[in-house]
Design a protein around this ligand. Structure first.
Ligand SMILES: *Cc1c(COP(=O)(O)O)cnc(C)c1O
Length: 222
């Protein structure tokens, strides 16, 4: 089945308030172009260098989202164009993004990544740290960043009730902090769990393999 068929199948199930980020990491320009021709404009990458190369080669009305773990020394390369950074997981990273945004005379939209999975390997703030961040009004320290919401990843390969529990905890944190700060984006859900994520309140899903097919690299690089 082709990319445009896959995209249609997913988009037809989405309510209007749910945005689809097509995760194109490891996929070549030609396949991204195919999705572009089918009308997709929002793409997600998890490596800064790869995203910069693709941004240069592809149409300029594409919205590029950085969804992976970020090394601070590479923020400067994406600062001129990145549309949303999903994986912000430390204050030091926020400082660096703010500095590079200022240099580019931009406000860069970001999501704070929340650690909701059982695995210890996944990055992110704890829910307590997120609550503290907003309670302390830390946003005021980063005038060139717009915190638009939260992002999280569920534990891999667990049963549906566990996934649902993790997404629900993120949604609760989102709602609690939205009262004061008008957060609008809750990024949760991937190919294997986006339907559950939407039922639990996701407004943005990050879908790769269900659109582009499986990626060819070892699990450890995911
Ligand atoms: C790779 C990746 C995705 C997409 O995963 P699929 O299972 O292929 O849909 C979503 N979010 C993040 C953070 C990723 O790294």
């Amino acid at each position: 089945m082709g990319i445009s068929t896959n995209l249609d199948k997913i988009k037809n199930t989405l309510a209007e308030h749910v945005q689809l980020v097509a995760v194109s990491k490891t996929k070549p320009i030609e396949l991204i172009n195919e999705a572009y021709q089918a009308g997709q404009r929002v793409f997600g990458e998890n490596k800064i260098q790869e995203m910069c190369d693709k941004q240069e080669a592809l149409p300029k009305d594409i919205e590029w989202h950085m969804i992976g773990h970020i090394q601070r020394n590479k923020v400067k390369y994406m600062a001129p164009f990145v549309n949303l950074i999903h994986g912000v997981d430390s204050l030091r990273l926020l400082e660096e993004i703010n500095k590079r945004a200022l240099q580019n005379e931009r406000i860069i939209p970001c999501l704070l990544q929340v650690h909701i999975a059982e695995e210890t390997t996944k990055f992110g703030f704890s829910i307590d740290e997120i609550n503290q961040f907003f309670d302390n009004n830390n946003m005021g320290n980063f005038p060139n960043i717009k915190i638009k919401g939260l992002m999280g990843m569920g534990t891999n390969g667990v049963d549906e009730s566990q996934t649902r529990k993790e997404f629900a905890s993120l949604k609760k944190c989102f709602d609690n902090n939205s009262r004061l700060y008008k957060l609008e984006t809750l990024s949760m859900g991937m190919s294997g769990d986006y339907k559950i994520a939407i039922e639990e309140g996701s407004t943005m899903i990050r879908v790769g393999s269900a659109i582009f097919g499986h990626r060819n690299y070892p699990q450890s690089n995911l």
